[in-house]
Design a protein around this ligand. Structure first.
Ligand code: ADP
Ligand code: MG
Length: 607
């Protein structure tokens, strides 16, 4: 019997593999640019002719290759970047598969010129369709120049499938952007048919984004900053009013690598909820740094798709940080022009070894205690003196009582410190809190504002700093179906953090000895009902989202209701507390908490 199984010749195997890595000129551009950056270049030039169909050339001033390495670089699985399978999970460089150059050389005519710092002469190498045509010493500057000519010259079927020059060039430009945007420390030049398209100097992230996207971008960017054990987030998001119908300026980078991630994209768009016109897309440039062993970048040959270990937590963190940034920005937009202040948001960690946030909310603080008592509580309320709300009120007629730098001290926390100021606030229809601002009228929705305040406090209690409870004189006892008790059991620890003390929680009996300070005994049953219902509707995917959901549910059912009359002091405290929140603009359910009616707007009413 004849043997029918044959090994494919190397050059054919290489061509097949090339199909995986090299789909179009842009794929070559990506691989070559990444190699140049990995080589430590501080300047990289990309020259393209005929949308990459004739020439793709990358010149770098990186560390170069020795003669031996230059030859080795074109062998399949030749890489200086990994030695064992374990290394795959620890990679900090772009490349790791060691097949880019081999793949490219299989389907194009490649010239390499390279020299290291220690060699006197460099190496020149010509390779066509995986065959080395020539190798010789050459005088060339330190670094590497690779020219890839006539892509797919030996695979006519693939060459036919290339798109118009316009489309291929656009793909190349996109790749250039993706690499350039995350390496502002590298000067980058990009020419097409000898005309310069980009010349990007060494700069910082913001400047680099602006240099790429255009000078108008600068005013549209809101900085993003967040640090947790799982991820460090930096970057910028676009102000909502600049969102466009077209998709486009949406960039995620993970450990300095561009990625596509529909799930995280969703987290960003959700954070914009209520702020965008129909079907418009916010722009964002978000740089994530995660521990290298918590992300798998190898699942796709072109490496734009990644898999994270903690996707659900990342989702929550990304969403919270974008909302936080948006909240800061829109507060800024109301009245003050200082730099937004960043707080570490809710601590999210695997093992709860958290650092305390910079704002400490006094867990004993009860806005509804009587006048003198709450005044006193407010004064131990430790808050940095540059809270947004101060500036928010900086234009009040009586501002000298509180804006004067010398008079702002730790005890002077309320913006309503004088009798006169107190007159600037009142309740409307037992639903709204109305006050004046320099720019016009502030109208706060009392229930929603309180919901936001409670939510932030509760979330913090659940995740970071347990609250103290009010002890009940007589235990409160009631019955619930067994399956509902089991939900409460699941949430028991988190509920206890908010102030519930369970004496009994078994079979169908709940018995409570203590309650959160803000909660009335008569409301406990309704609150539990809400918690159980929400939990049944949506089983949270992680501890963090569970905490998040519980805090939102409790806040909603505990917040003061519309129709409740409030005293002057209570009105003031709600406003103060709201603007001390991290995201004062909306409730945890994305509803507006306040509106600001500007003088300009009022003017239009008098036209
Ligand atoms: P990988 O980047 O995955 O290691 P490549 O096929 O892209 O695989 O490159 C193979 C090897 O060639 C690299 O590991 C590196 O050692 C070397 N190399 C490629 N490009 C350059 C360059 N511009 N400067 C210096 N060395 C390079
Ligand atoms: Mg590479």
């Amino acid at each position: 019997m004849n043997n029918v199984i044959k090994l494919l010749p190397d050059h054919v195997a290489n061509q097949i593999a090339a199909g995986e890595v090299v789909q179009r000129p842009a794929s070559v551009v990506k691989e070559l640019l990444e190699n140049a950056i990995d080589a430590g270049a501080t300047k990289v030039t990309l020259n393209i002719d005929q949308a990459g169909k004739a020439l793709i050339q990358v010149i770098d001033n990186g560390k170069g290759m020795s003669m031996m390495d230059a030859r080795m670089a074109f062998e399949r699985h030749a890489t200086s970047k990994i030695a064992s399978a374990d290394d795959l999970f620890k990679l900090h460089t772009k490349g790791f598969r060691g097949e880019a150059l081999a793949s490219v050389a299989a389907i194009a005519q490649v010239t390499l010129k390279t020299k290291t710092a220690t060699d006197d002469l460099g190496t020149q190498l010509l390779i066509e369709g995986s065959k080395v045509i020539q190798q010789e010493p050459v005088v060339t500057p330190e670094g590497t120049m690779i020219s890839v000519r006539n892509l797919f010259y030996n695979v006519p079927a693939r060459r036919k499938f290339l798109k118009s020059d316009q489309v291929e060039l656009r793909n190349i430009t996109n790749e250039f952007h993706r690499v350039a945007m995350v390496h502002p420390q590298v000067a980058m030049v990009y020419k097409h048919n000898d005309s310069e398209l980009f010349n990007l100097p060494i700069s910082n992230y913001r400047q680099r984004i602006v240099n790429i996207m255009g000078s108008k971008t600068n005013e549209q960017l809101v900085p993003l900053e967040e640090q947790t054990d799982l991820v460090t987030i930096t970057g910028f998001i676009g102000k909502p009013e600049y969102a466009r119908k077209t998709k486009g300026s949406q960039f995620f980078f993970v450990n300095d690598r561009f990625i596509k991630h529909p799930y995280l994209h969703h987290a960003v768009t959700v954070a914009y909820e209520g702020l965008l016109k129909d079907k418009s897309n916010p722009s964002y440039f978000i740089y994530l740094k995660v521990p290298t062993d918590s992300v798998d970048i190898n699942i796709h040959p072109t490496k734009t798709e990644v898999k994270f270990d903690n996707e659900h937590d990342l989702y929550a963190i990304v969403r919270a940080s974008v909302k936080h940034a948006l909240g800061q920005f829109s507060l800024n937009a109301i009245d003050f022009n200082k730099e937004p202040q960043y707080e570490v948001p809710y601590e999210v960690t695997k093992n709860n070894n958290t650092t305390s946030p910079r704002i400490d909310v006094n867990p004993d603080f009860n806005p509804f205690e009587n006048d003198t008592k709450s005044r006193q509580t407010i004064s131990n309320y430790s808050k940095p003196s540059s809270q947004p709300w101060e500036a928010l009120y900086s234009g009040l007629e009586t501002e000298s009582t509180f804006v004067d730098e010398t008079m702002v001290d730790a005890t002077q926390e309320s913006i309503f410190t004088s009798e006169e100021n107190s007159k600037n606030i009142f309740q409307l229809q037992r639903k709204f809190i109305v006050s004046t601002l320099q720019s016009g009228l502030l109208v706060v929705h009392q229930h929603r504002a309180h919901e936001r305040i409670l939510y932030e406090r509760l979330l913090k209690e659940i995740t970071v700093q347990p609250a103290t409870s009010q002890q009940l004189l007589f235990p409160l006892r009631f019955n619930l179906p067994v399956e509902e008790i089991s939900i409460l059991t699941e949430l028991q620890e988190q509920l206890e953090h908010t102030g519930f003390i369970f004496k009994t929680l078994e079979q169908n009996v709940v018995e409570l000895e203590g309650l959160p300070i803000q909660l009335k005994e008569s409301d406990v049953a309704t609150v539990f009902e809400a918690v159980i219902k929400d939990h049944q509707l949506e089983t949270p995917a992680s501890d963090f989202s569970q905490a998040n959901m519980l805090a939102a549910t409790l806040a909603k059912s505990m917040a003061i209701k519309t129709g409740t009359a409030l005293t002057q002091i209570e009105l003031e405290q709600i406003v103060d507390e709201l603007f001390a929140c991290k995201e004062p603009n909306t409730t945890p359910h994305h509803k507006k908490t306040f509106v600001n009616i500007t003088g300009d707007h009022l003017n239009t009413k008098f036209d």
